[in-house]
Design a protein around this ligand. Structure first.
Ligand SMILES: O=C(CO)[C@@H](O)[C@H](O)COP(=O)(O)O
Length: 227
């Protein structure tokens, strides 16, 4: 059984009390803070920059997982690394040179990942697996929290799981497989069974009054998963 990680997306937090929301969700059992960066160009929404990452960094030792939904990406990578990001992921469509952008993230001391929109083919990871620490599959179109999980993402997860497992068996290199969009208590087990090990959940956690109860309920569902 792989370790399962829960990554609340602060996009759904009460942003007027962002610091408290980060601390509370980590106290409630979150493993990772998922930090959605949107530029109103690559996606039709606008969120946080490196100064916000820098502001929350001293509040927690949890992993900060920065998901760049911006185009272009390279200029923001050093800024987010300096602001305390641990993981930086980006969409292959948003970089002219995917290999170079991944290398840039790693040169700045962060773990690196590629993000696949629902319609983006997985083969774009094939020749850069040595530079990947994470693969993030979007199970909604990016830009907004609170959307419905796209069921085809389950097939895509199975394919990605197979590719990653084959690569890990050959090289020993670990690559996390994260899913993002529409993850809830009632579908997390099915998503894990399809291959995800890391679960972004925004509205499912921040939309409930008791974050610990929700995260505990997710872990209870994950404990039933056989893979
Ligand atoms: O990146 C995104 C949306 O673009 C996500 O991280 C959402 O923030 C997830 O929200 P829920 O679907 O869990 O409400």
């Amino acid at each position: 059984m792989p370790p399962f990680r829960i990554a609340p997306s602060i996009l759904s937090a009460n942003l007027a009390r962002l610091g408290e929301e980060v601390v509370n969700v980590v106290d409630a059992g979150a493993d990772i803070i998922h930090f959605d960066v949107m530029d109103n160009h690559y996606v039709p929404n606008l969120t946080f920059g490196p100064v916000v990452c820098e502001a929350i960094r001293p509040l927690t030792s949890a992993i900060i997982d920065v998901h760049l939904m911006v185009k272009p990406v390279d200029a923001l990578i050093p800024a987010f690394a300096k602001a305390g990001a641990n993981i930086i992921t980006f969409h292959p469509e948003s970089s002219e040179h995917i290999d170079r952008s991944l290398a840039l993230i790693r040169e700045h001391g962060c773990k690196a990942g590629l993000v696949f929109n629902p319609a983006t083919p997985l083969h774009l990871m094939d020749h850069v697996m040595d530079k990947l620490d994470m693969v993030l599959l979007m199970s909604v179109n990016p830009g907004f929290g609170g959307q419905k999980f796209i069921p085809e993402a389950l097939n895509k997860l199975r394919t990605a799981r197979h590719k990653i497992d084959e690569y890990t068996a050959k090289t020993g290199k670990e690559i996390w497989l994260e899913i993002d969009g529409g993850v809830k208590v009632d579908n997390i087990a099915e998503i894990a069974a399809a291959g995800a090990d890391t679960f972004v959940a925004g509205s499912a956690i921040y939309g409930t009054p008791d974050y610990k109860a929700t995260i505990d309920a997710m872990r209870a569902e994950l404990a039933k998963v056989k893979r």
